[in-house]
Design a protein around this ligand. Structure first.
Ligand code: FAD
Length: 492
């Protein structure tokens, strides 16, 4: 990262503001404390090239030192070329979910100007994500424990979606990423000619993000969000109805003693599932229980038992009709999830009380996993009026994960790194077809990745795909095979 000159002396106020920023427990609090800290230290967040080094210089605080060390170590990786690899590039990231933010961090380390937009103003998802070992190492190396002391302190590795977003938001801000919440992305605006570049149509239209011109667009808008130009494959399996439920964790000794369930599938524990069905009429394919900020359960339930228990009111062959809100009895759903949670933890969790969701209601929900979406391609290049735009998908908008398997973050972060590698090559001037062919070669691997077939040398993981995928061939797809992904106006 470029160095700045040391400036004004630190103060107790600055330390207090930094502590508040680090400890902030909501998106809004994080943003407000960050703005106050920047104002107090007289560092301008929009000066993205020097922001981190100025912040570090001006906040001479022992409590921040270990975080700076970690960030410096990461930033010193040769892949980033000291923040010069993409220093002339501007990236718009749609979505401040975990994958959008993780990608934004990598792009900032590459030296790009990065703007993230999210239509939501708060991080409210209690649901808990399973973490593969490499993601734990990745987050620890970025100082996750500084922001969330309980990070991965239990026997099974997981984190709530909102805590992960908070950690990544704080890191992104420290690295000079601009994050705008309450701004909806509505589409891409082509260069109008002359000197204007690619822009985004946003709501509210008067937002400053509407004027941002960029040459890289990362779509991390979550499941089912697909930008123009991408095709989606539907993977239709047998009916799979997922239920998630969160209960208040009071962090008592009694709660601490209850065993987590890392995922039991029916075929591995027939007895348990038969008892569950015969004793309380709950018929499941699998169940996972994680003790996190909440007691979190995710399970796949059989339709027959949901109908019998009155959770689903009427049977329909079409899954959308079957799970339509009007066809679901919420009280019966709560009872069903409660019984499953209570039984599977051997009635050991005292006073089970539902945590509240974003709407202030009991946090229990039903989801359809029958039809999973996967983008046919991971990236494309558009060219209008001589201006090129690299467009890439990451996270759930690239491949929707099946939650009980817990692959969302692991594969989401792999795609974030692969995408950052592609942007690095974009910065190096690699030609569009070569760039796209390499990205598509990597993408072919993604859905098959497991903890077993990815490299175990987590310490060497970087955005370079060869550090993560053993024996990867980056040229199995040839430039001639991806011509349709290079969309040039004049060729139409
Ligand atoms: P997300 O986390 O979905 O983030 C996408 C972001 O894009 C959101 O913040 C959204 O507000 C924003 N966005 C979308 N469209 C626009 C737009 N037009 N303009 C601006 N912003 C936009 N996974 C599990 O493993 N277990 C679970 O129990 C589980 N529960 C989930 C519950 C819900 C309600 C959702 C939506 C997802 C859940 N997931 C779960 C999936 C998990 O959250 C993702 O795999 C993980 O968060 C990585 O996703 P992502 O960053 O790609 O997208």
């Amino acid at each position: 990262m470029p160095q700045s000159t040391p400036a004004s002396a630190p103060s107790g106020r600055a330390h207090a503001l930094f502590d508040r920023f680090v400890q902030a427990q909501t998106c809004k609090e994080t943003q407000q404390n960050f703005i106050e800290l920047c104002r107090h230290l007289k560092v301008e967040p929009r000066d993205y090239k020097h922001f981190y080094s100025k912040l570090k210089d001006r906040l001479n605080y022992w409590k921040a030192k270990d975080l700076w060390q970690k960030i410096d170590k990461r930033a010193a990786h040769p892949d980033y070329e000291q923040g010069q690899a993409c220093h002339q590039h501007k990236c718009l990231v749609l979505g401040a979910g975990p994958c959008g933010l993780r990608t934004a961090i990598e792009l900032a380390l590459l030296g790009a100007q990065v703007v993230v937009l999210d239509k939501r103003v708060s991080f409210m998802r209690n649901n808990v994500l399973h973490l593969w070992l490499y993601t734990i190492r990745d987050l620890l190396n970025l100082g996750a424990k500084k922001f969330y002391g309980r990070f991965c302190s239990g026997s099974i590795h997981h984190i709530s979606i909102r805590q992960l977003q908070l950690i990544l938001l704080k890191l992104a801000l420290i690295l000079g990423v601009e994050v705008h919440t309450g701004v909806t992305f509505e589409g891409l605006l082509e260069p109008a000619g002359g000197s204007t570049g690619w822009r985004a149509q946003v709501s509210p239209g008067s937002h400053t993000a509407a004027a941002f011109e960029f040459d890289v667009f990362i779509s991390a808008g979550g499941g089912r969000y697909v930008p123009d130009g991408f095709k989606i494959k539907e993977l239709r399996g047998k009916l799979a109805i997922g239920i998630t439920a969160n209960f208040v964790n009071r962090h008592t000794k009694q709660e601490a003693q209850v065993q987590e369930i890392s995922g039991v599938a029916r075929i591995y524990n027939q007895k348990f599932f038969q008892e569950l069905q015969s004793e309380i009429g709950v018929d499941l394919e699998n169940i996972v229980y994680y003790k996190d900020d909440t007691h979190y359960f995710v399970m796949t339930a059989k339709k027959g038992s949901l109908l019998k228990k009155g959770v689903i009111k009427q049977d329909f062959p079409d899954v959308n009709q079957l799970l339509a809100p009007a066809n679901v009895n919420q009280e019966a759903l709560q009872e069903y999830a409660y019984d499953a949670a209570d039984f599977s933890t051997d009635h050991m969790l005292p006073d089970l009380e539902f945590a509240k969701n974003h709407a202030g209601r009991p946090d229990v929900a039903m989801f359809d996993f029958t039809c999973m979406h996967r983008a046919e391609n991971a990236s494309l290049v558009k060219e209008r009026k001589g201006k090129r735009l690299l467009v890439a998908l990451v996270g759930d908008s690239l491949v929707e994960p099946f939650w009980p398997l817990g692959t969302g973050i692991a594969r989401g972060f792999l795609a974030a790194f692969d995408t950052a590698w592609m942007v690095r090559n974009w910065g190096k001037g690699v030609l569009p077809l070569e760039l796209l062919a390499e990205r598509e070669s990597m993408y072919q691997l993604l859905s098959q990745t497991t903890p077993e077939n990815t490299s175990k040398n987590y310490a060497s993981y970087s955005i370079d795909p060869s550090t993560r995928y053993p024996n990867v061939s980056l040229s199995c797809i040839k430039p001639t095979q991806v011509k349709r992904l290079y969309d040039i106006e004049d060729c139409k």
